[in-house]
Every structure is written in structure tokens, then in C-alpha cells.
Design a protein around this ligand. Sequence first.
Ligand SMILES: Nc1ncnc2c1ncn2[C@@H]1O[C@H](COP(=O)(O)OP(=O)(O)O)[C@@H](O)[C@H]1O
Ligand SMILES: [Mg+2]
Length: 304
Amino acid sequence: MVKDQAAGLRAMHATQGIQQNSIQQANMPAQSSSEKQPIKVITVASGKGGVGKTNVSVNLGVALSRLGHRVLLMDADMGLANVDIMLGLQTDYNLSHVLDGEKTLKEVIVEGPAGLKVIPAASGVKRMAQLSPMENAGIINAFSDLSDELDVLIVDAAAGIADSVVSFCRAAQEVVVVVTDEPASITDAYALIKVLSRDYGLTRFRLLANMTRSAKHGQLLYQKLARVCDQFLDVAIDYLGTVPFDHDLRSAVQKQTPVTLASPNSDAAKAFREIARKVDAWPVQQGPTGYLQFFVEQLFQQNG
Ligand SMILES: Nc1ncnc2c1ncn2[C@@H]1O[C@H](COP(=O)(O)OP(=O)(O)O)[C@@H](O)[C@H]1O
Ligand SMILES: [Mg+2]
């Protein structure tokens, strides 16, 4: 771990000069096209696995698509990558092929349901932090090319506090923490928020209570976690809402279709639509280039 960080730091120092250049260059054209729409980048994280991150990512993606947004979903869970399975998609390529120069970013993007676009999981996100300056500039440009075609980027992160999770959370505008009412899920969510705030200076999180029995249950779960966070950490936790435990969601997973499409009238689907409306109402950070480019630059500037 320490060794990794040291290596990352050395790499960062070595590339800093050129990195700065590539950022400045990448920023330049955008300054003259201020009409460019900023992009919302949302990372979906959790302390513990199996709490519903992928379902949240996919259904939020579909629901935001339905609200008229152009959504790209990036599967960033290298260990348990399953956005493609959840959506029944056939994927041959992913981000690692872009890094290897075999494919362009647009070539690895697959079309999901309801107009949702998907970048399949790459085994190489750790590698993304160790790219040469040339590769950095290339991939930043590749993402920048997309920024005209996107409104929202959702990142389905791995569970826990892996390096890549930290990177995706630091780089995103919004971090949605998914939690269920189990001691391990709550404790691990707290641990994640603690590390991200104490070690990386993140101050705001959005909490989504999943698999709850009622709206009230969701509220109580939120309060439980928010209270400890308030007491011990310097963070603001906003309540994004709750998705009930719903058998229709389980059947939808079996059918490899998002529940918002498989059972649009189910309680889970309604909850996802409500959450999407809230997300839709979040202000987008304004910047000369929009957030996508910043997101990618942040990923590269970090140490893994
Ligand atoms: N709201 C829910 N109601 C019922 N089951 C759910 C719900 N959310 C998730 N699940 C179940 O939990 C499993 C894991 O969900 P998933 O989205 O893959 O979690 P993660 O990505 O966090 O590992 C799903 O396959 C589904 O069976
Ligand atoms: Mg998952």
C-alpha cells in the first residue's frame, strides 16, 4: 500500500509538467465554447457489497434517460463487474482496450435499454492512474469528445475503500452511498465516509437507503448513519431517498432487465423515478469545460 502510494507519487511528479500542459491544452478550446453543457458526474458507492449499487446505477440511469437526459453508465466494479449482466448486454471491449489503443472510447460504448449508454468494466482502472502523459492526454481527449453527447455520467463503483473507489469518489461531483439496514452495511458505509472525508477531504454525501420496509424505515436508517457521522466526522450527509425491498426487482434481475423497465409500476420502479427527479434537481457545477473533463483529469492525477 505504502509502496503503491510512493510509486504513484513518483509517477505523478515525473509527469506533472506534461500533465499540466495537457490540462491547459484540453481546457483551451472549451473556453471559447462556453455554451457547452456541464455534465453531472455521479459515483455510486457502498461500504459493503451486495447492497444494490448496480441496481441503483442502472435504474437511476434508465430513469434519468426517461427524463430526457443523455446518460452514460461506467461499470467501475472490477471485481464484481455486472452492469452488462444486469442489462443482458453483449460486450467484447472495455476501457482497457481504449488504454491499449485497440479501440476508441466510442467503440467500446454499448447501447443499453432506454437509450442508456454503457462503458463495460475495465480491468485496467488501476492502470489508469499509471498512464504515460501521452496516454493521459489521449484519454482525456477521448472523454472530452463525448462531452457534447452527454448530460450525466454514472459510475458504478466497487464496494469498500479500494483505491479505485477513492479515485472515482474524489473525482465525481456527487457521491451516492447505498446502504441497507444491516450492521455490516452501516458500519462499512460509515468507514467509507470516514476515510473519504478524513483522508481525502470529501465533505458531502448523498445517502440512499435500499431494501427498506417503508419510507419511514428509510428515514430512520438515514438518521442512524447521519447521527454518527455528525458526531464524529466533518461531513454533510443528505438524504437522497429510499428504495423498498421489492420482489419485482429480484424478478427483474433474473430477467436481466432493469426493474424500471420490467415492472414500471412496481414500488421499486416508482422509488427510482422519484430519486431520479431529485437527482435531476441537483445543481450542476458550472465550469468552463463541464465536469466530465475535470473528472477524467482528477482520475489521472490521483495515485490509483
Ligand atoms: N430494493 C431491492 N429489493 C429487493 N432485492 C434487492 C433490492 N436491491 C438489490 N436487491 C438484491 O440484491 C442483489 C444485489 O444487488 P446489486 O445491485 O448487484 O448490489 P451491488 O452492486 O451493491 O453488489 C440483487 O441481485 C437483488 O437480488
Ligand atoms: Mg455491483
